[in-house]
Design a protein around this ligand. Sequence first.
Ligand code: NAG
Ligand code: NAG
Length: 456
Amino acid sequence: MCPIWPLHLIVIYLLALCPLWVICQSVPNLISNFVPNNITVHMDDTEYVNLTITGTGMQAGDIFTIETERDHVAIGEWNSTYSISEDNSDNNIWHGKVRVIGNFLGRTNLSINTIRDGAAHLVKGALPVTVIRPARVIDTIFTTSVATLVSLIFINFGCAMHWPTVKEVLKRPIGPGIGMIGQFLFMPLMSFGLGFLIFPDKPEMRLGMFFTGVSPGGGASNIWTFILGGNLNLSLAMTSISTFAAFGLMPMWLFSLGQVVFRNANIVVPYQRIGTFVVGLIVPLAIGLGMQRWTPRLAAFMVRILKGFSTALLLFIIGFAIATNLYIFELFTWQIIVAGIGIPWLGYAFGYALARILKQPHPDALAISIETGVQNTGISIFLLRYALDQPEADLTTVVPVAVAIMTPIPMTAIYIYQKIRGCIDRRNEPKKIVEDLSPVSDRVESNVVTTVDVEN
Ligand SMILES: *[C@@H]1O[C@H](CO)[C@@H](O)[C@H](O)[C@H]1NC(C)=O
Ligand SMILES: *[C@@H]1O[C@H](CO)[C@@H](O)[C@H](O)[C@H]1NC(C)=O
């Protein structure tokens, strides 16, 4: 027997390993290079990126595949060949083109794999993809038409406003005082605290909540106060005061607690925006007051159509807002629904409770409650747009939008309840004409009549 007999086994074994060694040698070690090196795509739109892959271990017949971290944000497709040719493997360079399709707001990374014998090898380097929402004409149309209609309704409110009552309110501003505590002390602190409870590790969402909390009361508060029979004069006085106060109090909160919520936010105080709201509020009210004086007949007519007009306008705003922002529902999570309900509903509860504790009559408490709970979400959205980059700005806008959607629910419920109770009352007392569903509008109309009489 050969003295070195096991040697041939070792030789055979090594020979058997040989092909594996060749494969090991050629394990792909590739780097991708995207031009441009990051992209922004609109939702439901596509962008093209040139791709060059270099490195060692390319093998003719292998293919490349595209992968994104989050399919629901964006996906990639080939707009070129995706297989490796002899030429590529000889020169260790490969060129291709990728089509990136934006699906939904967000950020993701796109990367390339090379597939050999069913096994995927990652190609180094990734393409950051940002998907944003394009600025749409429909949004501009919506904002402009709402602004115009709201100004028109403030002319109506001016016609319905009873100036001596407003002066009385301004002289002893207990109601506005309570409203201010709710609006500028309770709401910012509550939204700040609630933010930490709901989004412990999402500072940008907390910023969305905080910005919603610090915004002044919205124009819809007067419409709701009027429809539900609250004290309209008080409500108008409060909205004016709170919008003026926003000039000073909003920056105070934004630069103190706002910095705690989100350190690197680019906080811009929307003075011009608030200024626009002040002008959009005061000028139509003044026009309405002027009409009471100089065109009393027209003013009385404006008051008569106020109820129908306000209801129609609210339906228009809610319907249009939901229709144009349908995409936002995809972002809804239970946290966002809780945030959307929490901010306005806690505001209502706080405002009403504080007003009742301080012995305010029900119509005043109702006005204070609505003024506290209804936020000017337009201002919050504007603040977010400036404070954050896209897509974070759009992603956090979901908070004020959720608030805007949840805000009318309790008031709609009260409205329906009042209607049903009115019907039942009417049926029970058929002889008496019950019209006390709208004490304020009646009072308002009698006020106008009084004014008219005085003027004549
Ligand atoms: C991609 O490459 C083509 C030619 O190969 C060129 O025309 C095009 O401008 C390039 N695109 C970018 C984004 O560089
Ligand atoms: C690349 O995309 C363009 C535009 O959609 C299309 O016309 C072309 O046929 C595509 N080429 C390949 C190879 O897919």
